[in-house]
Design a protein around this ligand. Structure first.
Ligand SMILES: Nc1ncnc2c1ncn2[C@@H]1O[C@H](COP(=O)(O)OP(=O)(O)OP(=O)(O)O)[C@@H](O)[C@H]1O
Ligand SMILES: [Mg+2]
Length: 498
């Protein structure tokens, strides 16, 4: 249905793609695999008409196709769900879904809303208030709406760039089910995700990119994860995370009587120096909200937070930061990267105080610090002076983490730190979190990937409906225990497929 032939993309001296050939076939899901910065998003933006390649050609149904814009691509049935949902913030869910795919004069607002509801329900089995403004949606909800919007355009070729990264387990399952159904209806689908198990669940064929080149094509039935990882990363990775075991010290961070909403039950929690507290729960259960309250980004309805025994003013990020709290929020857009500035400046702001002497920034110390962190985090950039706005999504995320580590905060609040991070860099990320903990840091961790949450946490508090419903020590922390608490069912009622 759609093919790339010899596609090359240069950005100045950076060669993002080099002579790439791919074929998207009707009724097939094609995995695009590769490390952060290997060229996946660039390839999809070319296939979707958002970008014209430096050289090379596209074929639609075997005939040469010249896309000057996404609208051109849509005319032959190609549409993209981008890595960051790009809904119109001031429009409702219904308006976003039908924007540009329904002639305005045929339908009333009521009808638009009815069709939007039906679309979400049929496609994703999702019951969402379609009159809400897009700006009020959680990241996972925004992603679902973005997918519904793409499907409303009735595409023949659907390009999915990390659509699952902000979804929790239950939503991922529903989403993958939708992908399979669309494929069975004859759609050609390109699928990008850093979670191999998702590929295994939907994909037929895999194309592996490294440094902008196709290094291999594999049939999913005839390959192993180990082989794919080796092809992507160029080396074997150590097995799963080894948990560092540290003797926990004094209480670093404590919340007392915290209420996330006026009618909700209050909760108490404590994290000690050298300890990782995991927060479990489904999307919308209040994990991110609790993280934001602890980090001073939101005010709770009631309660107090103290650091090393001293109460801090709530609802002030600056005050929390002064008290030693470092925060990695869930949404990249709000992470406060200075997109026009270099990797170096973005990481070094975290350590500005330490790096300044007599009012001057110590340039050499700064460069050493930034170079070490970008090596440790495997940030892919031409140099540390590269502009952050030109990095791939995953590499931007690593820069935010680098800034946090540079600041040497004593308390780290990490909301989905590995979202969008490739398999190779994840291992490095865990090592760095482990090193911080050995150093006496206290960590609050949110991860929708249960093996990650279970593997790293010393203790897990499970939230449901904005309230803490269980506290599970490491010894008892199994997937079953967390899931059943998160869903509010008896363990005996949890059934697993596979
Ligand atoms: N506008 C741009 N200007 C300069 N370089 C760019 C630009 N866009 C992308 N690049 C570079 O092209 C390369 C490929 O980036 P791309 O976003 O396609 O990677 P990706 O495989 O999608 O990575 P990720 O998994 O992190 O999303 C990277 O080295 C990136 O820095
Ligand atoms: Mg990308």
């Amino acid at each position: 249905m759609l093919a790339a032939r010899g596609v090359t993309q240069r950005f100045g001296v950076v060669r993002a793609l080099a002579g790439v050939d791919v074929d998207l076939v009707a009724g097939e899901v094609l995995s695009l695999l590769g490390e952060n910065g290997s060229g996946k998003s660039t390839l999809l933006s070319i296939l979707s008409g958002a970008r014209r390649p430096t050289t090379g050609a596209l074929l639609a149904d075997g005939r040469p196709a010249r896309f000057r814009s996404p609208a051109d691509a849509l005319r032959v049935g190609v549409t993209l769900v981008p890595q960051e949902a790009d809904l119109a913030a001031h429009l409702t869910v219904a308006e976003n879904i039908w924007l540009g795919s329904m002639p305005g004069w045929v339908v009333s607002r009521r009808e638009t809303e009815r069709r939007a509801r039906a679309m979400l329900e049929e496609l994703l089995d999702l019951d969402l208030d379609v009159t809400r403004l897009a700006r009020s949606l959680r990241p996972d909800e925004a992603m679902m709406v973005s997918l519904a919007r793409a499907c409303a355009r009735r595409p023949r070729v659907l390009l999915l760039d990390e659509t699952t990264a902000s979804l929790g387990g239950d939503a991922v399952a529903r989403f993958l089910e939708a992908v399979r159904r669309l494929r069975d209806q004859g759609m050609a689908i390109a699928f990008v995700s850093h979670r191999l198990e998702e590929h295994r669940a939907v994909a037929d064929r895999a194309v592996i990119l490294r440094d902008g080149q196709v290094v291999a094509t594999r049939d999913w039935r005839e390959t192993t994860e180990q082989e794919l990882v080796r092809l992507m990363v160029g080396r074997d990775l150590p097995g799963f995370l080894a948990k560092v075991s540290v003797r926990a010290g004094d209480v670093a961070l404590a919340g007392k009587g915290l209420r996330l909403g006026p009618k909700l039950r209050p909760m108490d929690l404590e994290v000690r120096h050298g300890e990782i507290l995991g927060l479990g729960g489904l999307a919308g259960s209040g994990r991110s909200r609790l993280a934001r309250v602890l980090a001073g980004a939101d005010s709770p309805a009631a309660g107090s937070v103290s650091v090393d025994g001293r109460a801090i003013r709530l609802g002030s990020i600056a005050e929390a930061a002064r008290a030693g709290i470092g925060f990695l929020p869930e949404e990249r857009k709000t992470m406060g990267l200075l997109m026009r500035m270099s990797v170096r400046s973005n990481i070094a702001v975290g350590a500005r105080r330490e790096l300044t002497r007599w009012g001057l920034v110590q340039r050499r110390a700064e460069r050493q610090l930034v170079e070490r962190l970008s090596r440790d985090l495997r940030i892919k950039a031409a140099s540390i002076d590269t502009t952050v706005g030109t990095l791939s999504g995953g590499n931007q995320q690593k820069v935010v983490m680098g800034r946090l580590l540079a600041a040497r905060s004593r308390i780290l609040i990490l909301d989905e730190p590995t979202k969008g991070i490739d398999v190779g860099a994840k291992a490095e990320m865990f090592k760095l979190i482990g090193a911080a903990v050995e150093d006496g840091c206290a960590v609050v961790l949110i991860s929708s990937e249960l093996p990650e949450l279970l593997g790293l946490s010393d203790r897990i508090i499970v939230l449901r409906g904005g309230e803490a419903v269980a506290e599970i020590p490491r010894e008892a922390a199994t997937e079953e225990a967390v899931v059943s608490a998160a869903m509010g069912v008896d363990k005996a009622e949890v059934h697993y497929v596979d």
